[in-house]
Design a protein around this ligand. Sequence first.
Ligand code: C5P
Length: 231
Amino acid sequence: MTAAERIIVPLDVPTLADAISLLEQLPQVNFWKVGLELFVSSGPAILQVLRERQKRIFLDLKFHDIPNTVAKACRGAAVYEVDFLSLHAAAGRAALTAAAAATQGTSTKLLAISVLTSLSARELALDLKISLELQDYALQMALLAQDCGLAGAVCSPQEIAALRRVCGNNLLLVCPGIRPTWSDPGDQRRTTPPAQALQAGADYLVIGRPITAASHPAQAWERICEEITAA
Ligand code: C5P
């Protein structure tokens, strides 16, 4: 895979019109992520727009519900031929297994959210009463997802090396929280540069604001691709 094929850019915008404008600013981007904000506003119309432009799609809706509902929602999403679709590993074994069965034979690969990186170790322990260390918990959730037949996991760059070691090479690892050394970290706290995340074992990187909020988005994209290729 080329550097450009490994980068997923999020369409973190409120409307379909804003999404189209971002697509037009960055025609060289091949893989886009559609999250809750845009999908709630645009509905499946954005998926149609992306498909017409022959883009790959990560539909990041992070499903978390009872097995029957999760499985049917996954099957519904697979009808749009999205490449990746996310759901919470914490939905449990029955939901994950049902989701995997519901999308079998389709072109959609399921990615498990191991633990939201917005949660601190303190919140995990004190509010959610999860007694494992955050990293151990993330690892256990990824193993559960793998055991249930999911194709991959979304993880923070800090977890890539441990997940790769424990889960082997067959689990796709998709990482947000990526920042080139020259970009503003924004609200991402523990960030990793793109080439380093790939060297640690990530398959795909989700890179948003360093590209979309740059004064010249196309130049920022080129620079990141060059850095990855040179590494
Ligand atoms: O702009 P930035 O590069 O921080 O965008 C990262 C994208 O990845 C956003 O769409 C964000 O919601 C998403 N994300 C994340 N951390 C996670 C999961 C998803 O930043 N753990």
